[in-house]
Design a binder for this molecule. Sequence first.
Ligand code: MN
Length: 229
Amino acid sequence: MQFAFDPPQPVSVPVAGGDQRFPVHRVYCVAKNYAAHAREMGEDPERVPPAFFLKPADTVVAAAGDVAYPPATANLHHEVELVAALGAGGSNVDVCNARDMIFGYAVGIDLTRRDLQQEARAVGGPWDTGKSFEQAAPISHLCPIERTGYLESGRIWLEVNGGIRQDGDISAMIWNTAEVISRLSGLFELKPGDLIFTGTPEGVGAIVPGDHLRGGIDGVAEFSLHIRG
Ligand code: MN
């Protein structure tokens, strides 16, 4: 087979404890999976069930070093999230089998051009310009599930310039990771290599060029990055 031009390099994430890399297939995201975050976004979590959206695989970058402040926004928000990485795929997977599909976990940031997202929501349009842009999905290394076990709780936090902004626990998710995988598998054929950003706790807010972000999830990973102007 001859390509018309060089195909893009596969996107991958380093796996802790060796030199393996996890090849990324798709990036699924859950919107409003913590009640307190749904409320801060002006919605009633009892009435608005968590919804799904996707980011292109090539929005994934290391949550380290410099990450670029994107164009066309004046309100870039951080959303720190537990990321589940799938080592197996499937369709219509039961909740009790879903956890067996997890390869490992990472901590990620669902970077969001909030102004563009809100403009889209106001007219009932798609969110893509708010959620999908270059470097929109910084992610730590993956910690294999053999080390973490199936995660049902753990502190998740994010600091900006040393001040705590988000400080929650993944036990507060409306749908836990196995339930998210099961629901997604009824909508999409999941594949090894899929990443799932499972939603953010409350405390989202704006970041600006020059900011320094640190965050983590207990027992999984921590990250440290700088927003480049
Ligand atoms: Mn999010």
